[in-house]
Design a protein around this ligand. Sequence first.
Ligand code: DX5
Ligand code: ZN
Length: 242
Amino acid sequence: MNHSVKIAPSLLAADFANLQRDVARVEEGGAEYLHLDVMDGIFVPNISFGAGIISALRPHSKMFFDVHLMITEPIRYIDDFISAGADGITIHYESCENQEEVLRAIRSAGKKAAISIKPATPAFVLEPLLPYLDMILIMTVEPGFGGQKFMSETMANVEAAAQMIRDGGYSIALEVDGGISSANVAIPASRGANVIVAGSAVFKAQSPAQAISDIREEAERAYLLQAQERIKPFSLGENQQT
Ligand code: DX5
Ligand code: ZN
């Protein structure tokens, strides 16, 4: 089924002693993406997992492997994550100076290239990189840990990124990550977010499948409504001069 919003459960909230089982659960529950948070203990104050875990899971899943690199100087490890089976790689704007080079390296391997900004980084810094991007990830918490509270002040970044993408006529997906559940997903989705990361809300739920479908329902409703409202003024001819 082709959904307008993709759901990306974050493996960080899975049971690390049962990764294969938990990955199968979210895949059966309808998730299109598996969000894989790689942390080096330097760019963020936490260490998660690396390419070895990703390559071990690769044969067990057909989901899009959405690798979120929270590591300094990501250029050093792009090849490793591609060999491990990443379908898309997100680097952090704040993690290096050579963002364009890294994005080009990801794309030249035939993978989707994305960049992420922390809550304090304004979205306009991404403007020069738009031609090299398949996705933008707006952090809705400080990167480093799962289970944090959604920061509504990051919605300014979602709005600005959505505007830049539209104004430039790009087809760039817009992902949000951190503290998202079915109770608040309408907030970013109503501003144009169409790839939704959810860790705790999915893996800590009684039924991950139910959580995925609840998040999707809320997100699609809000996303489709904002898309509709944006085209309305033109279809109604309100701007016509008489
Ligand atoms: C935080 C990670 C997130 C995290 C989200 O640095 O990038 O992907 O796993 O987890 P929840 O949804 O629990 O906030
Ligand atoms: Zn993440």
